[in-house]
Design a protein around this ligand. Structure first.
Ligand SMILES: [Zn+2]
Length: 473
């Protein structure tokens, strides 16, 4: 029985949902003005695993993610670089999608940018004005916060408490200081779209409800994002959607990822501890980063330190060694089959139980490591069938986690074998410098050569420490 912590009720609730229907899931995507940082990585990996697990459990899921491709940050950055904001946004949208691909995030059904939904955004604002929840002033349109009595339901605070929590810039054109922008009148040099209120661009909160309405409707099942989006972003989304539809709740389950700190501090460009996904992947594998993220519960904070990446790598190395050992099978019939089958059944059950308990990936991973520990003394002495069911178990659970060093293990591509032969020939001829160059080439393909008394052995190295330089001979 799947239980999910719901920010709206502040409780773990049983997720009751028909497996014949499709779960409509929405995740707040990035504002594309720069390379994504590891905090983004954390959020998108966490929700990737949640979507994968829901599907693994037999649910149908439609996962929608927006991309904020028009925003003050984009305009400011484009002005700094003296380029068109649309070009800047397009460039970083591409980089973002490249990162998600590298990180194995493959559960999203649809990405949709704010600028592809201007018509939907304008339509929602028109309906809000018509229903008296919004007003226009000097080409700006605001949501009138005093009209929506339930504002604050997600952050569990009253409007007065929320007012104290944030500093609001004085703005003479607003009726109440707390009203938020739905449509922003054009300023010179900024991108704009025509609207019933004159040229301008959408506010931030309205893009999410407009995009969601287009693909999911005005009520749906799961809305996710990082913890710092609860207020004012998600709170404002609820106000917009429930004001338009007149129906509650806008969303059944609200899920939020915990913060990612760097050495105990909030990540910021000014303090110099801002780490992009790209930077991490220069020195570590994407699987190791995923492993680090998933070894923390998605709601818990992560205090990032480089040592955690090294730990993640060595954990994966242990798995890799185990899987290699498993493959060295004996032809003789072993007496361990029943025991191994029982172990796998038990671990599988515990894996499910952990994930069913608010997607507890760290506990699910711990169960897999317990299994490795128990089987390890028998590994190397298993029969083929036993090795196969163990590998199948790893493949199955990894369809949810996406971290294990499963691909390519044991199979060395012909190209690498050819290079290894060439290197051996050069070494025998005493051309060590040339041989070293080929060794580097092999390394770049993700393999390492170890010279043993039995001759050179090729080992798969790509998934961990892929940029570590090989030791030279
Ligand atoms: Zn959003």
């Amino acid at each position: 029985m799947l239980k999910i912590y719901n920010t709206l009720t502040r409780k773990k609730e049983i997720f009751r949902f028909s497996k014949n229907k499709t779960i409509k899931m929405y995740v707040c995507g990035p504002t594309v003005y720069d390379f994504s940082h590891i905090g983004h990585g954390r959020t998108y990996i966490a929700f990737d695993v949640i979507a994968r697990y829901l599907r693994y459990s037999g649910y149908k899921v439609f996962y929608l993610q927006n991309i904020t491709d028009i925003d003050d940050k984009i305009i400011n950055r484009a002005n700094e670089e003296k380029i068109d904001p649309k070009i800047l946004a397009k460039r970083f949208e591409k980089e973002y999608l490249k990162d998600t691909k590298t990180l194995g995030i493959k559960s999203v059904n649809k990405y949709s940018g704010a600028t592809q939904n201007i018509r939907e955004i304008i339509s929602q604002i028109q309906r809000l004005i018509k229903k008296n929840y919004a007003y226009e002033k000097n080409g700006n349109v605001y949501f009138d916060i005093t009209k929506f009595k339930d504002y604050g339901q997600l952050s569990h605070q009253s409007l007065n408490q929320l007012k104290k929590a944030v500093r609001i810039e004085p703005d003479a054109s607003k009726a109440h200081s707390f009203d938020f922008l739905l449509w922003k009148a054009k300023k010179s040099g900024e991108p704009f779209w025509p609207s019933p209120w004159g040229p301008g661009r959408p506010g931030w909160h309205i893009e999410d409800t407009a995009i969601a309405e287009r693909y999911l409707g005005l009520q749906y099942d799961i809305h996710c994002g990082a913890l710092d989006l609860i207020f004012p972003h998600h709170e404002s989304e609820i106000a917009q959607a429930e004001a338009i539809s007149g129906k509650k709740p806008f969303v059944r389950f609200w899920l939020h990822t915990g913060f990612l700190l760097v050495n105990g501090e909030k990540m910021s460009k000014s303090s110099g501890n801002f780490i992009t996904i790209r930077e991490i992947l220069k020195n570590y594998s994407p699987q190791a980063f995923r492993f680090l993220i998933l070894s923390h519960h998605y709601r818990s904070p992560i205090d990032y330190q480089e040592s955690l990446m090294k730990q993640a790598e060595s954990s994966l190395e242990r798995v890799s060694e185990f899987l290699e050992k498993i493959k060295k099978t004996k032809n003789k019939k072993q007496k361990t089959r029943a025991r191994i089958e029982a172990l796998l059944i038990k671990t599988r059950k515990k894996f499910f139980q952990a994930m069913d308990d608010d997607f507890n990936a760290p506990r699910a991973i711990a169960e897999i490591f317990n299994l490795i520990k128990t089987i390890n003394p028998m590994a190397g002495n298993l029969e083929k069938k036993e090795a196969k069911i163990i590998l199948d178990f790893f493949k199955e659970t990894d369809s949810v986690l996406g971290v294990m060093p499963l691909r390519k293990t044991g199979q060395i591509p012909d190209m690498v074998l050819k290079l290894a032969k060439e290197r051996e020939k050069l070494r025998k001829e005493g051309k060590f410098e040339k041989a070293d160059k080929i060794r580097q080439k092999i390394f770049e393909q993700g393999y390492e050569i170890e010279d043993t008394p039995k001759g050179p052995q090729i080992k798969f190295k790509k998934i961990y420490g892929r940029t570590r330089s090989p030791t030279r001979h």
